[in-house]
Write a protein that binds this ligand. Structure first.
Ligand code: MD3
Ligand code: FE
Length: 209
């Protein structure tokens, strides 16, 4: 059953069945390959992110979107399977799919967490659109920290995200601070054959071209 963690933030545990999870893991392995594949992004003030990422439709790197990687490699196309999944996810979370006037879902970020990867508290503000962000978790369980819109500190709520969980962040939750303080290595469903955690976020960039 959907759990509204905060206004507009809806958690649907176990939304993807085992077959759907396995299908997405297989697709992620494909998207991760090649010159436009998964990498650790450099941070503008030094260091690299511990999470590995690949963008589909748009390349995201702290803190902007572009159609190419820094070396000019074109980004992978945004797959229609994720557009369909995002529309179904919004419908499942809010009781109605995106309306005809909604900005189209046109970008997905696929994040991979090895046992040591973490994501610090941040807001997602590089999209011009305020359409809800759709998040799908695969593999290892993580501790997801859902905060407030004012500060990157307390108050926040820690939620365990497990393989197959859907989380949709819209309305006032769209600009909330959030992060992943840790994963729980070795907790992935054995049938997935995945050592680590994958998270797919599907977004509307609101960008042109
Ligand atoms: C709340 N990813 O890619 S997913 C990210 O698990 C990101 O990899 C985390 O934060 C992960 O930016 C968290 C849940 C999530 C994603 C986007 C959000 C929560 C969000 C955007 C706005 C508010
Ligand atoms: Fe985020």
């Amino acid at each position: 059953p959907p759990v509204e963690v905060a206004p507009g933030a809806v958690h649907l545990p176990g939304w993807l069945d085992g077959d759907a999870q396995a299908d997405l893991v297989r697709r992620c392995r494909d998207w991760a390959r090649g010159p436009a594949g998964m990498r650790r992004h450099p941070m503008p003030r030094g260091g690299v992110m511990s999470v590995q990422m690949v963008g589909l439709g748009w390349h995201w790197q702290p803190y902007s979107y572009s159609r190419t990687l820094p070396d000019g490699t074109p980004v992978r196309p945004f797959p229609s399977v994720l557009a369909d999944l995002a529309a179904r996810a919004v419908g499942a979370a809010y009781g109605a799919p995106p309306g005809p006037g909604a900005d189209p879902y046109d970008v997905a970020l696929v994040n991979f967490y090895d046992a040591d990867a973490r994501m610090g508290m941040h807001q997602d503000r590089d999209e011009l659109s305020r359409e809800p962000v759709v998040s799908l978790s695969l593999g290892d369980t993580c501790v997801f920290r859902f905060g407030n819109t004012e500060t990157r500190t307390r108050p926040y709520t820690d939620v365990e995200l497990r393989s197959g969980d859907l989380f949709v962040f819209g309305g006032p939750s769209r600009m909330a601070y959030h992060g992943v303080p840790r994963t729980r290595p070795g907790t992935a469903p054995p049938s997935l054959g995945l050592a680590g955690r994958l998270n797919i976020t599907v977004r509307a960039s609101g960008l042109e071209g």
